[in-house]
Design a protein around this ligand. Structure first.
Ligand code: PBG
Length: 343
């Protein structure tokens, strides 16, 4: 008891402690919170990654990503219309390729009429105002699920680069606005730039997955594109070790030197420190990919009633902007856009 009385006698007032600074003053009302808000999430910050599949009239749910579907091209066009109407600037397409079209070398990526190129043409025709970002990695097209040509257990770098540079030209021909290499082979950005320029596609941009980490958070995506059961081993010989940050800067520096117009960090939330370092160091258009596992975690917890899903979605997307992102690739794009439109 005595101790408490003595403590009270010695305790300074809060004004004495803070020197009259009270940070809660500006938090007291909605209007003042809005007035001092540093970061604002807008529909313009969102890029919507979408899955495309063969057939017609199809919308196959992805089990590990509740609310996400694989659309046939006709349905995807309708979804792209919805996205454009909401003001979403761009979509990023990923294919679920039929098993019989996958092989050791991922040859079908060089088919001008493959599912990705057909989707691009259809969307460009129907919704010319939305930007189309196409991924040029081999993994949806290979029978082993790796992003490169596999020989005797080794991913061949230079052969893979030549292959995806050709694929990039076909994607640009189909109407892609941005080519996004996600394979992490050395030299791929420069090779793609050369290939695009010599084919007359100087105006087609490159968004490089500059820092793509060998992450456990890609699991649901692999189910979505059907590589989950195929992938043997891991991608540690080409994706970055999640423990490294200087290496991420070197990758970014290299991709920019080779001609990348925009860079991306992937996954997102576990790598906000990388985003901040890249933005501070290079001051270039910087994006994050909130990947499938991040999406699945928020969805699953919300479905169990463990978190408020909408708030967690907006909070996570705002965190990317706070960390320095100019935009975010997120499976929440449509939902977030609808919510932002209302507020
Ligand atoms: C591979 C690729 C990956 C993703 C998109 N393209 C990673 C992988 O499967 O290793 C992941 C996207 C996601 O998890 O949402 N080129």
């Amino acid at each position: 008891m005595n101790k408490i009385i003595r403590a009270r006698a010695r305790m300074r007032s809060v004004d004495e402690i803070t020197g009259s600074r009270r940070l809660r003053r500006m938090r007291k009302a909605d209007w003042s919170r809005r007035l001092v808000r540093e970061t604002r999430l807008a529909v313009e910050d969102l890029v919507w990654p979408v899955f495309v599949t063969e057939g017609e009239g199809r919308e196959d749910p992805v089990a590990a990503m509740p609310g996400v579907f694989r659309y046939s091209v006709d349905r995807l066009v309708r979804e792209a219309e919805r996205a454009a109407a909401l003001g979403i600037p761009a979509i990023a397409t990923f294919p679920n390729v039929e098993l019989e079209r996958r092989d050791e070398r991922g040859s079908a990526i060089l088919d001008p009429d493959n599912i990705i190129n057909r989707a691009t043409r259809a969307i460009k025709e129907a919704v010319p105002e939305i930007g189309i970002i196409t991924d040029v990695a081999l993994d949806p097209f290979t029978s082993h699920g790796h992003d490169g040509i596999l020989k005797d257990g080794i991913i061949l770098n230079d052969e893979t680069v030549a292959h995806i540079a050709e694929a990039a030209v076909l994607q640009a021909e189909a109407g892609a606005d941005v080519i996004a290499p996600s394979d992490m082979m050395d030299g791929r950005v420069g090779a793609i730039r050369d290939a695009l320029d010599s084919a007359g596609f100087q105006h087609v941009a490159i968004m490089s997955y500059a820092t793509k980490f060998a992450s456990a958070f890609y699991g649901p995506y692999r189910e979505a594109i059907g590589t989950g059961g195929l992938l043997k081993g891991d991608k540690k010989t080409y994706y970055i070790d999640p423990a490294n940050t200087d290496e991420a800067l070197r990758e970014t520096d290299q991709d920019l030197a080779e001609g990348a117009d925009m860079v991306m960090v992937k996954p997102g939330l576990p790598y906000l420190d990388i985003i901040r370092r890249i933005k501070d160091t290079f001051a270039v258009p910087t994006f994050a990919y909130q990947v499938s596992g991040e999406y699945a975690m928020i969805r699953a917890a919300a479905r169990n009633g463990w978190i408020d899903g909408e708030s967690a979605m907006i909070e996570s997307l705002t965190a990317f902007k706070r960390a320095g992102c100019d935009g975010v690739l997120t499976y929440f794009a449509l939902e977030a856009a609808e919510l932002l439109r209302k507020s």
